[in-house]
Design a binder for this molecule. Structure first.
Ligand code: NAD
Ligand code: MG
Length: 392
């Protein structure tokens, strides 16, 4: 029996994780669940999974949850804030930690999980974008383990030789082929991008996800963040990571070897597959995902990414090439721009503008300690907010 903490249990990945866990009560025991403010959903999850701990953002949310738990006769202890998240990420009873908080807010708890030598099932790609170097060092130092949940990186992990940790070149890997659906605006007229609404941007053709990652998919910043994520997970430079637009989202990514072989992982676009893979690894368990119907899929298309239409992808490649605090600046500016777009305070086509200008104005610090990274994150958010208000 493995104990599991789910950071961000009320979100899209969190809910899919609980769906897989519920299919295997003999294998997994939920020890902690966390939410930002969705107390109703967290309470329902506590009723079903009886975790020892539940974490919410603040005292107000905690009071409401506590009262309902006691009324329902549950013994779940309620904790709050980042300290609460760090605590449940490091619990002795938790063998595995699902990192499914969205954004840089997930960084400190995921670092706590690394220091506590957990198996980290990493969905929270922003944590790697902000502090990939530092996080991978902590994982190494404390003997933690990282299994990627992002469907592309999970596919890459499945197609990699075990020796990939000694360096891709030595393992005979030539390139990483990172597939991208191209999002809802792959073929839209560029002029239309100025008038895109949050509803249109969140209407992804193949995947159902949280709102932030849905917008990231529409701008293709998601793929940019994933290029950076791949660099840290597989210890490689971005020059070995080729983005391949593949609108059907059936091939989740590929690894190309020195001998010309290309290994791909295919499946229905359902996050329960990578989640079940990482939960059970190296075994395989049922994820509730139906068989892939290749006759219904019928064809697979591929095209190069259009960096003119999707400047966010170019900005991400530039940020990882710059290194230091640049990816943290990129991520912070993106979080602010996406939130402003979702609140209808910023046009869709201005998202890359806010990010580019923030990157231009923020000095890049080379040796990035956690304190420097967090400061770059804070300052970039302030600057990006200011740029948003200037662009209105
Ligand atoms: P979501 O918005 O549906 O859920 C986010 C979760 O994080 C919720 O439980 C929310 O309560 C919690 N949360 C949000 N802000 C918080 C804060 N400040 N402090 C503490 N908790 C907070 O997002 P999602 O789609 O589930 O994505 C989660 C992560 O997984 C993201 O990093 C995303 O990029 C990554 N991811 C998601 C998918 C997907 O299919 N949804 C696929 C690949 C990767
Ligand atoms: Mg992905």
């Amino acid at each position: 029996m493995k104990g599991l903490t789910i950071l961000g249990s009320t979100g899209s990945i969190g809910v899919s994780t609980l769906d897989v866990v519920a299919r295997h009560p003999d294998r997994f025991k939920v020890v902690a669940l966390t939410a930002n403010r969705n107390v109703d959903k967290l309470f329902e999850q506590c009723r079903e999974f009886h975790p020892a701990y539940a974490v919410v953002a603040d005292e107000r949310a905690a009071d409401g949850l506590e009262r309902r738990l006691r009324e329902a006769g549950l013994e779940t202890r309620v904790l709050t804030g980042v300290e609460g998240l760090e605590r449940v990420a490091a619990l002795a009873e938790a063998d595995f930690v699902m990192a499914a908080i969205v954004g840089a807010a997930g960084l400190l708890p995921v670092l706590a999980a690394a220091r506590a030598a957990k198996r980290i099932l990493l969905a929270n790609k922003e944590a790697l974008v902000v502090a990939g170097d530092l996080f991978m060092q902590e994982v190494e130092r404390h003997g933690a383990e990282v299994l990627p949940i992002d469907s592309e990186h999970n596919a890459l992990f499945q197609c990699m030789p075990e020796s990939h940790r000694n360096g891709l070149e030595r393992a005979g890997v030539r390139r990483i082929l990172l597939t991208a659906s191209g999002g809802p605006f792959r073929t839209a007229a560029p002029a239309m991008l100025a008038t895109v609404t949050p509803e249109q941007a969140c209407n992804h053709p193949n995947w159902e996800m949280g709102r932030k990652i849905s917008v990231d998919s529409a701008t293709m910043m998601n793929k940019g963040l994933e290029v950076i994520e791949a660099c840290w997970l597989f210890a490689t430079g971005a020059d070995r990571v080729q983005v391949v637009v593949h609108p059907q989202s059936v091939i989740h990514s590929m690894v190309e070897y020195a001998d010309g072989s290309v290994l791909a992982q295919l499946g229905n676009p359902d996050m329960r597959t990578p989640i079940a893979h990482a939960l059970a690894w190296p075994e395989r368990i049922d994820a509730g995902v139906p068989s892939l119907d290749l006759f219904a899929v019928a064809r697979l298309d591929f095209e190069p990414p259009d960096m003119q239409r999707f400047p966010c992808l170019r900005l991400a490649y530039e940020a990882i090439a710059q290194g230091g605090t640049a990816p943290a600046v990129l991520n912070a500016a993106n979080e602010i721009a996406v939130a402003a777009f979702l609140e209808r305070r910023l046009g869709f086509d201005n998202i890359p503008r806010v990010i580019e200008r923030t990157l231009e104005r923020m000095p890049v610090q080379r040796a990035a300690s956690l304190a420097e990274l967090l400061q770059a994150d804070r300052e970039s958010r302030l600057l990006a907010e200011q740029l948003v208000s200037e662009l209105v």
